[in-house]
Structure formats: structure tokens, C-alpha cells
Design a protein around this ligand. Structure first.
Ligand code: TYM
Length: 328
């Protein structure tokens, strides 16, 4: 079976963009692939963060992944720092990665603007660690949202450069996009993001979700209830496509274009469908929070499984680059 790798940062509350852009797709892919999913804590230290909250966030993130359906019978879930081969391989990859490629990464440019006082090596080398995450398992496919495609493209180049210099070792991993690869925030403009204050959290209470949807941006061309709308310009419609059933999607599309339904009604239908899908996930999170040893066990056995693969691949790398001592 082909292998899949993907990761998520434990940097705050997981939102519906993460869910429909990545996690829900990760669950479906477990049926056809050998899947490894990681909570990538070493990526999360490249910007300012609250150290005392890190452990809590790692566990919360892992709990959400399992509650969404990434259970141990279907795939592996583990924490990146529990398998130090990731960072070791990243160091080796540093030596085949051109700085110019890293400097032109959109995320690096954006984060450098947001964190002017702390533009560090980790921020620049972030995609190198991401390439190591994927390639330490020789994964061929990487399911991510649209914002991560550039990084996966760079992992392909890193694999190519390594293979050219040291001999065929790594596959060139391909991106797998979900059906909702980019969800904008409630402002209707920027990508929904933990750092932009425009996110709907996966664990938020129904009344909070309803309120956020109520005030969320809609089609900018529809000023009055009687104006026909343009669903293709409306982020609420994008969310409908991610959460509603096909007949309801075509119903709201038609209703919006003909001014048959108003934005309030359209948002109510979305709210109902969103809460219906998130409710069972929230209930499973509650159940797991009541017995935290369960998630700790999942992560321990996940790390043991990954360590076995990663140490073999790292051994091969050490041999190929000439640092493995045969005489010690
Ligand atoms: P992160 O933690 O920012 O996001 C996790 C996943 O959610 C997707 N995503 C979105 N999809 C649609 N709409 C949105 N608004 C939205 N926001 C986030 C992301 O594309 C991602 O798939 N660098 C990665 C983590 C990572 C990784 C890896 C991924 C580290 N190593 C190796 C794949 C392979 C990140 O910061 O994701």
C-alpha cells in the first residue's frame, strides 16, 4: 500500500478550515493508504508561543484527530518530537536545500512580516523540516490544504536534489487536495487561520458557531435582501459545499441567485448542517478527555511504530552520505 504522511501544528484551536481542508480527507484516505499523521510540535516553536500551554495543546490536537476518526485501528497518530530522526534528517536536507528557494516561500514571507522582531532560522528552514517529516517515511502522498502545496513542491525538489547527489533514495511526494482546499475566514477575505481571529473552532459551542456565522461576510455584491447573489463570491456558499448535502447545496445556490432566499436563512441551513457534523466529534472529544491515558497510549504506540521505520531510513541516509561508522 502507498504511504501517506501529513501533519498539523498544535498552535491553538483547530478550526473548520483544518477540518474540511485536511483532517476529514485524512480519515477517508485511511481506507486506501498506509497513513501516518503527526502533531508537529517542532514546527510550532518557530514563532512566539506559550511554553506552559504546549503540552496541553499537543494532547488536545491529538485528541481531536482521533475524535475525527483517525483511530489506531485505521492509522498512526504520533507527536513529531517523539521521533528525533525528523530533525536529524532535516539537518542533512539543509545541505541540499538552496536558501533562495526557502526565501521565496509565501508562508516565510508572510510570517516574516507578522514576526518582524523574530525572523529566525527555524522560520526559514520550516519547509526543510516538513520535507524531512514526509521523507523519513518515504511517503508518496501528502494530503494538505492549498496553503501547504508550495511546501510539498519544495519537498519534491529536496528529494530530487538528495537523490542526485547520493543516489536514488526518496520518492518525490505528491500533493493530495481535499474538495475544500481553501476556506476563507468569517471576514470572507483572508484564509481561515488560528492567528487571524477569523476562525470557527471545531470545538466551539453551537450558539458561538451560530453567532459567528450570523456576523460572517457573505457575497459582497448582495446589499439588499432583494438583490440576486453570486454564490461563487460567497464564503458561506463555500462552507455549504463543505458541510451540506448536494440537494441543499443546489437549493441555496438557486435561491441565492434568484433572491429566493436571504443570507440569514442560508446561514441557518449551514449552521444546522455544521453543528450536525461537529456534534459527534465534540462528544467523542469529551469522552476521551475523561480518560486521558487513552490518548497517551495512542501516541506512545504511534511513536514506537514510527521510530522503527524512521531509524531504518536514517541509517540508510547516514550510510549514503558517508557518516555511518563501520568501525564503531
Ligand atoms: P497547519 O497546522 O497550518 O494546518 C493543518 C492542515 O490544515 C490545512 N488548512 C486549511 N485548509 C483549508 N482552508 C484553510 N483555511 C486551512 N487552514 C489550514 C493546512 O493546509 C494543513 O494541511 N506546515 C503544516 C504542517 C506540517 C506538514 C508536514 C503537513 C508539518 N510537516 C508534513 C504535511 C506534511 C502546517 O502548518 O499545517
Amino acid at each position: 500500500m502507498d504511504r501517506i504522511f501529513s501533519g498539523i501544528q498544535p498552535s491553538g484551536e483547530i478550526h473548520i478550515g483544518n477540518y474540511v481542508g485536511a483532517i476529514r480527507n485524512w480519515v477517508q484516505l485511511t481506507e486506501r493508504y498506509d497513513c501516518i499523521y503527526s502533531v508537529v510540535d517542532y514546527h510550532a516553536i518557530t514563532i512566539e508561543y506559550e511554553m506552559e500551554l504546549m503540552q496541553k495543546r499537543i494532547l488536545e490536537t491529538a485528541t481531536i484527530l482521533v475524535a475525527c476518526g483517525l483511530t489506531p485501528d485505521k492509522c498512526i497518530v504520533f507527536v513529531q518530537s517523539h521521533v528525533p530522526e525528523h530533525t536529524e534528517l532535516a539537518w542533512v536536507f539543509n545541505s541540499v536545500t538552496p536558501i533562495g528557494e526557502l526565501e521565496r516561500m509565501t508562508q516565510f514571507k508572510e510570517k516574516s512580516k507578522q514576526h518582524r522582531q523574530n525572523i529566525n532560522m527555524g522560520l526559514l528552514g520550516y519547509p526543510v523540516l516538513q520535507a524531512a517529516d514526509i521523507l523519513i517515511y518515504k511517503a508518496g502522498y501528502v494530503p494538505v490544504g492549498e496553503d501547504q502545496t508550495q511546501h510539498v513542491e519544495l519537498s519534491r525538489e529536496i528529494a530530487r536534489k538528495f537523490n542526485t547527489r547520493y543516489g536514488e533514495t526518496f520518492p518525490e511526494p505528491k500533493v493530495l487536495l481535499s474538495t475544500a482546499p481553501r476556506i476563507a475566514g468569517t471576514d470572507g477575505q483572508a484564509k481561515m487561520s488560528k492567528s487571524m481571529n477569523n476562525a470557527i473552532g471545531l470545538l466551539e459551542a453551537p450558539e458561538v458557531i451560530r453567532e459567528k456565522l450570523r456576523s460572517a461576510a457573505t457575497c459582497p455584491h448582495r446589499e439588499r435582501r432583494s438583490d440576486p447573489g453570486h454564490p461563487e463570491h460567497c464564503n458561506i456558499f463555500t462552507m455549504h459545499q463543505a458541510f451540506s448535502k448536494p440537494d441543499e447545496i443546489s437549493g441555496v445556490e438557486q435561491g441565492c441567485r434568484t433572491a429566493g432566499i436571504g443570507c440569514i436563512e442560508c446561514k441557518e441551513i449551514l449552521y444546522k448542517n455544521m453543528v450536525e457534523e461537529l456534534g459527534p466529534i465534540q462528544a467523542r472529544v469529551k469522552e476521551m478527555n475523561a480518560r486521558p491515558e487513552y490518548i497517551v497510549d495512542v501516541l506512545k504506540s504511534g511513536a514506537a511504530h514510527c521510530k522503527a521505520i524512521a531509524s531504518e531510513v536514517m541509517d540508510e541516509v547516514r550510510r549514503k552520505i558517508g557518516v555511518k561508522s563501520e568501525w564503531l
